[in-house]
Design a protein around this ligand. Structure first.
Ligand code: ZN
Length: 304
């Protein structure tokens, strides 16, 4: 049920000493923050995989909230509808070469495309460096992909599609079972993961109900409940709680800044104040994945 726990998985160059070789990714800063040294070739492969999955994630972010197929049709320019050739669809590179414009009609292509591709690649690399070339490392990549995609969708459209949260929760339950399974699959661990997901969802539903009683309008979405359930399924309740806490603090700060800006810009005063909590929840989940265990340990040590 826990992603963050240290595991003794296979690592190269894990002799503990200051052993260095040309074949290891040896950036001082990266090494200072991560547990594993990974051969350069594996790092390059991981980054390339991240770019490709990031590119696919962009398609999902554009289409899933609209309930469109992610397979067909081929990518098209949203303005002039001309199909985008494979050459113009290379992650990051094409965007830079085309200077962020469509080849056919010169209209702007969102900066979101290269940003998501680069962020996915960075998170994939971080996953492998933090959790090793292991089942856990691959699982961390999958979870990052889901969280980043959902965060971006919520920021853009205020929607958290079931098409990601529901299978994402099921994957978290399955991961927990396989991770804890000594021989094959640990039903108990999978059951605990499912229970954590249910508790997390119930907690958000309770807040949602209380808010409705007090204000008679929707304060927190059903999508947020499913997203927190997904985080709990993968990482357990402690890390899900941390992700929620960070998300609420960040969303509140964001809300206060919006209110302050709105007072200045009188023209925008009619705009409803809507905060994409899911975007902050996604970011909080990614933080909990990489730093959650250390943060929780630090917190509990304060009371020891
Ligand atoms: Zn175009």
């Amino acid at each position: 049920m826990v992603l963050g726990v240290q595991s003794h998985v296979f690592t190269l160059n894990d002799s503990g000493g200051e052993q260095r070789s040309w074949a290891t990714l040896d950036l001082e800063i990266v090494a200072a923050y991560t547990r594993y040294r990974v051969p350069e070739l594996i790092s390059i492969f991981t980054v390339l995989a991240g770019l490709i999955f990031g590119s696919f994630l962009n398609v999902c972010i554009s289409r899933l909230p609209q309930h469109e197929s992610i397979v067909r049709p081929r990518s098209r320019c949203p303005v002039c509808r001309s199909p985008i050739s494979s050459w113009d669809n290379i992650p990051i590179l094409s965007w830079i070469l085309l200077r962020g414009r469509c080849r056919a009609c010169r209209s702007h292509i969102s900066r979101r495309y290269p940003l998501i591709e680069a962020t996915t690649a960075a998170l994939f690399l971080l996953s492998i460096l933090q959790f090793g070339m292991s089942f856990q490392g691959v699982a961390a990549c999958v979870l990052c992909w889901l969280l980043l995609g959902l965060a971006a969708m919520d920021a853009e459209t205020m929607l958290l599609p079931d098409a990601l949260t529901v299978p994402g929760t099921a994957l978290g339950v399955a991961y927990s079972g396989f991770y804890a399974g000594e021989h094959f699959f640990a039903w108990r661990a999978a059951g605990e993961s499912l229970l954590a997901a249910a508790v997390a969802a119930a907690f958000i539903m309770l807040i949602r109900w209380l808010y409705w009683l007090a204000r008679r309008r929707e304060g927190i979405g059903l999508g947020d409940a499913k997203l927190l359930a997904m985080i709990a399924a993968w990482m357990g309740l402690w890390q899900a709680g941390l992700a929620l806490f960070l998300a609420v603090v960040a969303a509140a700060a964001y809300g206060l800044i919006l209110i302050a800006l709105r007072r200045r810009l009188a023209t925008a005063s009619k705009l409803a104040l809507r905060i994409p909590l899911g975007a902050f929840l996604g970011a909080g989940g990614i933080f909990a994945l990489f730093e959650g265990m250390d943060a929780l340990k630090w917190y509990f040590d304060l009371y020891r």
